[in-house]
Design a binder for this molecule. Structure first.
Ligand code: DX5
Ligand code: ZN
Length: 214
């Protein structure tokens, strides 16, 4: 599977988001990862649909919107309207019935649905959701902040998931050139990375190192 790199704008300079998007776009990014946090599901507050709407205008890359919020069903429409191409919800925030309703809605709009699980949540918790989703986003840090250390338990989760799931597997949190290799070898094909990409002197080199491990 082709490896896709998704820079997380959470590590970008928010005073010049348009320029930051162009920078990663020119450097070969495949997707733009957008971390939405509500101060309830996670201990941090970031951005909402208003910002997504303007990110949409600033790049032609698909927007991979990661909802770390309670009651995601209430907000999905707003994020679709704002121009999301992929929307990820957390298994810790909703039940199977709600997820099925979101899946139906997103399918009708041509938006991909992802399910995510926290480091402490066992893989068994998402098994029933797999027929409903287009991809799984495995968290390799506790959601809330960029710049945290990779939690190695994610590797085993990705391996076990890859054995039963043939679609896209994304890993998010603490990704650098070393941890990228570990999760690629385990079977992940989308890598979301914030601080490693936006903190790099050479953005293109950083993105290439995640894709190819050089
Ligand atoms: C964490 C977010 C991640 C984060 C990644 O809650 O979901 O997407 O921004 O940042 P790094 O790559 O710095 O861990
Ligand atoms: Zn994220």
């Amino acid at each position: 599977m082709r490896i896709k790199i998704a820079p997380s704008v959470l590590s970008a300079d928010f005073s010049k988001l348009g320029a930051e998007l162009k920078k990663v776009e020119r450097a070969g990014a495949d997707l733009i990862h957008v971390d939405v946090m509500d101060g309830h599901f996670v201990p941090n507050i970031t951005i909402g649909p208003v910002v997504v709407k303007y990110l949409r205008k600033a790049t032609s890359l698909p927007l991979d919107v990661h909802l770390m919020i309670e009651n995601p069903a209430k907000y999905v429409d707003d994020f679709v309207k704002a121009g999301s191409d992929m929307i990820t919800v957390h298994i810790e925030t909703l039940g199977l019935g709600e997820l099925a309703a979101i899946a139906k809605k997103l399918k009708a709009k041509g938006v991909k649905l992802g399910i995510s699980l926290n480091p402490a949540t066992p893989l068994a918790k998402i098994k029933k959701t797999l027929p409903l989703v287009d991809f799984v986003l495995v968290m390799s840090v506790n959601p809330g902040f960029s710049g945290q250390a990779f939690i190695p338990g994610a590797i085993k989760k990705v391996k076990e998931l890859r054995a039963i799931f043939k679609k896209d597997i994304s890993v998010d949190g603490g990704i650098n050139h070393q941890t990228a290799k570990l999760v690629r070898d385990a079977g992940a094909n989308i890598l979301a990375a914030g601080s490693y990409i936006f903190g790099a002197k050479n953005t293109k080199k950083a993105i290439n190192s995640l894709r190819r491990g050089s």
